[in-house]
Structures are given as structure tokens and as C-alpha cells.
Design a protein around this ligand. Structure first.
Ligand code: BG6
Length: 468
């Protein structure tokens, strides 16, 4: 017999400041690294602000947030994940005093959510490091970043005390390996960075994250802080033991972050790896103690799985958000070549839960597709049955994982309203339940329209998943 999702399951959606807010230079906001990324992660950052960077205007959520949150409430959201643009609060990132207009903006957003009993889930850093910190300190390569980041975190924890309970420290912290500029504000080109540089930057972020957990708990014991990783399922391309070992090694690149966040210490396999690669991380005496401040929950994004092979040159490569692997012949793919694997979501939920036995939160999942706004009997709409099918299949697997015994706190659908994509910085790759009239060339009225999936998700939430 079909059973419902747990009563306290947090249903909702997710966005990131740099992909939707626009208003990049309004009310004292400083520039962020995203303001220099007109092409997403595909090209190195530009040196000037370019007009055709769609993110500068985004979907103008900065001026539409009330309308947008009202639509989220209409769907029945219990939670809304969004990020604070650090450069709205500290325009340069290293100031002592915050920018009141920035604090006020997010306070209004939070109050608007609370008006509808929607729990805010806030990402402190979602690929939007203040540009000044990238330019002056080379981002997270510098230990100074710990001080700036924790000062920022303390400022917002104090200001929003009692209004916000759920926090995430860094979006997809493991993206550092692939995109040091976007992931960690490192301006030095990737080809010039050694493994030593990357692990040192990772160490700084991990210490900052753990200090933030401690601060959050001290400021308000009700606070719950999660880490956030790009959740990737790696399958062996064949049953050859070499491919199994390739999976083990690839998994450890991601586990490195979750192990430290959730267990509070460097995992055993780093010792041998650091020796082999001649990596020496500079640490302060107190770092090991700080890392013991483990996260309350683990959150992750999930879009696809990939295959690993010892010799991957003989196989066709798949595409993906930030990382790619060998194609899986059993899976279909999205218009952007991302392989669709609902069962992988059940698998990864079980994998993390077996490892940490701490609550898990799926904070991103969804289908990027080209939508068409058409006239229907109900008015202008997008008949996005493909999106409904994608999410339906994934949510069924979430339910199976819950039935397996995994503690899943909630699910926030990525880009619950259309926004600018992260990897390719385009508008036509849409994820939303809500269509925004804006095009790749920047034209459009910015008017919002409910898609077919809007009504479907509303029913999913109302029925606690029984209509899946
Ligand atoms: C995740 C990011 O990697 O994937 C989001 O956290 C991003 O910021 C999402 O938007 C989907 O990727 P894309 O490139 O399709 O926007």
C-alpha cells in the first residue's frame, strides 16, 4: 500500500542570489565573482563587467521577491532555500561594518517567508564570493578568508536570530576541485594551481565551516547547520576490479569534504594520499579542535550519476554540472546531456546515511529544459510533462530511501522559479515551476507564469507525496 511522506517533511524549492536577484549594484551591493562570469564556468572570468551577463539583471527577484514568495506559498512550500549575496552585506568582504541596506533586504525576504510559514534555509556562500576578496587575497587560498567569512556569518546569525533556523555553509564545496574561481573565489587560473594549493584552500573553507557551526550554535542553540556538496553517484563502467578501484578513488574526492564535515577529522585515506602527492597543509594548532564542530545535517544537490573506468579513453564522456564522467549506456539524458538517474538518488541517500547516520537534505534536484510558453484554456502556460516525469521519478526514489530507513529532512527543487543557469549562464535552460519571461538575449517582460508542474507540485505537497 502507498504511504505518505513524513508529516514534518520539508517540501520546497531553491534559488541562489547571483542567479535570480539581479540588482547587482543596487543599495550598496559590492561586486561578486559572478558579475565577472558572463559565460558561466565555461570560460575564464572577464576583467570587466560585461553587458551581456544575464546575471546582472537575473529575473529581477530583488524587486519581485514578494510576488515570487507568494507563488511559492501558493504551491504550499514548507521551506525555501535561498542564498545571501555576501557582497550585499559586506560589499568588499573584508569590512568591519555591514551594509544595512543589504541586511534589511534579506530581513524583508525572511519576514515575507515567515508570513506564509515558510522556513528559510539559507546558503551563506553560493558561488558568489565578493570580487574584492578574489582579487586581493586570491579567495580561499588565503587564511584571512576564515576571519572575513566568520565575521559575515556572525553578523547574519545575530541579525536573523529567532527568524532563521536552517543554514548551509558553502554551496557544493567539493566543486573547488573543478572550478576554483567559482567554487572558492580563487583568481589564479586553474592550470597554475597545484594540488597543494587546492587542499590548502579546502582546509581554510573546512575550518571556516566548522567555526561557523560553532558560532551558529552559540548564538542560537536552535540553529541547525548543514554542509552542502555536489552529490555524485559513481558507478564502475564494468565489473573489472580496476574500475571498482577507480570508483573508490573518485568517491574519496567527495567524501573528503563530507567526512571532515560530519566526522570532525581528516579521514584515514588522506594520510597516504598526502604523502604520495607531497601535500603539506599548513594548519594552526587549534584547527583540529575546531574541525570537531560537526554539521547537524548533510545536504547535497543531485542531478545525475556517472561511470568511472580505469582507462576512460575508450568510452564516450557524459556531460554534467561541473564534473563529467563516462556515459552510462543504460540511462537517458537531458537536452544538456546530463544523464537522468532517479535510482541514483535512492542510492546516494543510502550511501550517505550508512556512512554518517545523520539527517540528509536534498537541496537541489530538477530538470533543466527548454520550455515553451503556449496559450491554453487556462491562459498562458508551459506544458512541462517532461519535468513532472523527472521529478515524479526522483521523488518516488526518495520515498523508497525513506522506507529503507534513511532520515530525509526535505527536498528543495532547484530553480523553483526560472533563473540564470550556473554552468552556462543562460536563461533558456529552465528548471522552474514558474516561467519567467526573459530570454537569452536579455529581452522579455519579466512576467511570471505558472507552469503545469506548478499545479502538479502543489498537489504533491498537499497529498504528502501520495499522488506520485
Ligand atoms: C548546481 C548549482 O551545481 O547546479 C546551481 O548549485 C546550479 O547553482 C545547478 O544552477 C544547475 O546547474 P545549471 O548549470 O544547469 O544551472
Amino acid at each position: 500500500m502507498k504511504t505518505a511522506f513524513p508529516k514534518n517533511f520539508l517540501w520546497g524549492g531553491a534559488t541562489a542570489a547571483n542567479q535570480c536577484e539581479g540588482a547587482y549594484n543596487v543599495d550598496g551591493k559590492g561586486l561578486s565573482i559572478q558579475d565577472f562570469m558572463p559565460d558561466g564556468v565555461m570560460k575564464p572570468p572577464g576583467k570587466t563587467i560585461e553587458e551581456r551577463n544575464l546575471k546582472l539583471e537575473g529575473i529581477d527577484y530583488y524587486h519581485h521577491y514578494k510576488e515570487d514568495i507568494a507563488l511559492f506559498a501558493e504551491m504550499g512550500f514548507k521551506v525555501y532555500r535561498f542564498s545571501i549575496a555576501w557582497s550585499r552585506i559586506f560589499p568588499n568582504g573584508d569590512e568591519e561594518k555591514p551594509n544595512e541596506a543589504g541586511l534589511k533586504f534579506y530581513e524583508d525576504v525572511i519576514d515575507e517567508c515567515r508570513k506564509y510559514r515558510i522556513e528559510p534555509l539559507i546558503t551563506l556562500s553560493h558561488y558568489e564570493t565578493p570580487y574584492h576578496l578574489a582579487k586581493t587575497y586570491d579567495g580561499w587560498r588565503s587564511r584571512k578568508m576564515i576571519e572575513f567569512y566568520t565575521h559575515y556569518a556572525k553578523t547574519v546569525f545575530t541579525r536573523y536570530k529567532g527568524k532563521v533556523k536552517y543554514w548551509l555553509t558553502f554551496n557544493e564545496i567539493n566543486s573547488l576541485w573543478h572550478f576554483p574561481y567559482m567554487g572558492a573565489g580563487i583568481l589564479t587560473p586553474k592550470e597554475k594551481l597545484s594540488k597543494q594549493d587546492l587542499y590548502q584552500a579546502a582546509h581554510h573553507e573546512l575550518v571556516a565551516s566548522a567555526m561557523t557551526v560553532k558560532l551558529a550554535h552559540e548564538i542560537d542553540p536552535e540553529n541547525m547547520v548543514g554542509c552542502m556538496v555536489l552529490g555524485l553517484v559513481n558507478y564502475p563502467r564494468t565489473c573489472h576490479p580496476d574500475d571498482i578501484i577507480a570508483v573508490m578513488e573518485e568517491n574519496r574526492k567527495g567524501f573528503f569534504f563530507t567526512d571532515i564535515h560530519m566526522r570532525g577529522h581528516y579521514p584515514f585515506y588522506t594520510k597516504q594520499m598526502f604523502e604520495k602527492e607531497n601535500i603539506h597543509i599548513q594548519m594552526e594548532d587549534e584547527d583540529m579542535e575546531i574541525l570537531k564542530n560537526t554539521c547537524d545535517f548533510l545536504s547535497f544537490s543531485y542531478y545525475m550519476s556517472k561511470c568511472m573506468a580505469k582507462d576512460d579513453s575508450q568510452y564516450e564522456k557524459g556531460k554534467g554540472n561541473l564534473t563529467t564522467g563516462v556515459k552510462n549506456p543504460y540511462l537517458k539524458e537531458s537536452e544538456w546531456g546530463w544523464q537522468i538517474d532517479p535510482q541514483g538518488l535512492r542510492y546516494i541517500l543510502n550511501m550517505y546515511y550508512e556512512r554518517y547516520e545523520k539527517p540528509l537534505f536534498i537541496v537541489e534536484n530538477g530538470l533543466g529544459a527548454m520550455d515553451e510558453l503556449v496559450q491554453t484554456d487556462q491562459g498562458m502556460c508551459v506544458e512541462d510533462d517532461y519535468r513532472i516525469a523527472y521529478m515524479n521519478d526522483h521523488l518516488l526514489e526518495v520515498k523508497k530511501a525513506i522506507d529503507d530507513g534513511v532520515d530525509v529532512m526535505g527536498y528543495t527543487a532547484w530553480g523553483c522559479i526560472d533563473l540564470i543557469s550556473a554552468s552556462t549562464a543562460e536563461m533558456k535552460k529552465r528548471y522552474g515551476f514558474i516561467y519567467v519571461d526573459r530570454n537569452n538575449d536579455g529581452s522579455g517582460t519579466l512576467k511570471r507564469y505558472r507552469k503545469k508542474s506548478f499545479y502538479w507540485y502543489k498537489e504533491v505537497i498537499a497529498s504528502q507525496g501520495l499522488n506520485l
